[in-house]
Design a protein around this ligand. Structure first.
Ligand code: AKB
Length: 315
């Protein structure tokens, strides 16, 4: 059966790129972007949607005969701390309604974006396995770990086909992240290409798992296209491509911009970063549905700089 896809939070860092990529795969008009904010450079079909308005959400799903929903709307780890209730409502409650819609049979498949923020400071830091107890320390991590638990529950109890990935920090040139702890790894490129110094809000030796946007999009499309029996974990899959510190990323960028300067001024996000893993064991995704990353630190840096130079007219 043809897929009709709805993306919530299509104006976000991943949502924007995902919308265009899904349109390439499933046909432009089969992918409806929705957001609470207008999306300037995304083509229609688009609907304004406050995802806490479940009546409107149900209407839109019906009007467009939606089969698959990607719930990309979220408040991230840093902005979430300023508004815990909203974070819980957007990240988890809205998703819970979608699980109910899937249980009723109104939609067929659901994608839930989880994160390395589900881990906490008691989790093994290196090569963190997929199946460890989740003791997150931010409201973002709590909302996402609850989403994972409920996904597994709705799959086993009601047969809801819900699939999930734990994204590491995502680096993209097409869109700018907002409110995350890994955002530095995008901001730093913009500063370098624009010829500015960069003030980094994490300490130079803070190692975190990361991934280039093309790999993240490929993984998201692949897991949703995979045969259901291959998706053995209905909590969420660990996923990674590389791990680096701000200093290592800075050194890599300096190969392109030898005069580039960085200043380290850690703020409250440092504590959040320190509660997360340094590196991830994603062997289950690799074995069970063939996940493979293409980009590493060096090729990601080349591609970011190439694309940002075009964006800022610096070719
Ligand atoms: C954040 O930093 O909050 C996100 C994430 C790792 O989930 N990028």
């Amino acid at each position: 059966m043809e897929r009709k896809i709805l993306i919530t939070g299509a104006n976000g860092q991943i949502g924007k790129v995902l919308t265009n990529s899904l349109r390439d795969v499933y046909g432009h008009n089969n992918v409806l972007s929705t957001d609470i904010r207008k999306i300037p450079d995304l083509e229609p079909p688009f609907e304004f949607l406050d995802i806490l308005n479940t009546v409107r959400m149900r209407e839109i799903i019906g009007d467009y005969d939606i089969t698959d929903v990607y719930h990309m709307a979220a408040l991230l780890s840093a902005s979430g701390e300023y508004n815990p209730l909203k974070t819980w409502n957007v990240n988890f409650n809205a998703f819970h309604h979608l699980l109910e819609f899937a249980k009723e049979g109104i939609i067929k498949r659901l994608f839930f974006p989880s994160t390395i923020a589900v881990f906490g400071s008691t989790t093994p830091k290196k090569n963190t396995p997929q199946d460890v107890p989740l003791l997150p320390e931010t409201i973002y991590g709590i909302s996402k770990s609850t989403g994972e638990l409920m996904s597994n529950y709705y799959y086993h109890k009601f047969g809801v086909d819900v699939r999930s990935i734990r994204y590491p920090g995502i680096i993209s040139h097409q869109s700018i992240p907002e409110g995350g702890t890994t955002d530095y790894a995008v901001e730093i490129f913009h500063a370098a290409v624009k010829g500015e110094d960069y003030v980094c809000f994490l300490d130079e030796n803070t190692r975190l798992p990361m991934m280039y946007i093309s790999d993240a999009i490929k993984a998201t499309i692949d897991i949703m296209a995979e045969q259901s029996e291959h998706i053995k974990s209905r909590y969420s899959y660990n996923l990674t491509a590389m791990s680096f510190t701000p200093k290592e990323l800075y050194e890599e960028i300096k190969k392109h911009y030898p005069d580039f300067k960085i200043i380290y001024q850690p703020d409250f996000r440092q504590k959040i970063a320190e509660s997360w893993s340094e590196s991830i064991d994603d062997s289950r995704a690799r074995q069970e549905w063939g996940w493979q990353n293409e980009y590493d630190l060096s090729t990601m840096t080349d591609d970011m700089i190439y694309n940002l130079k075009i964006k800022y007219g610096k070719e």
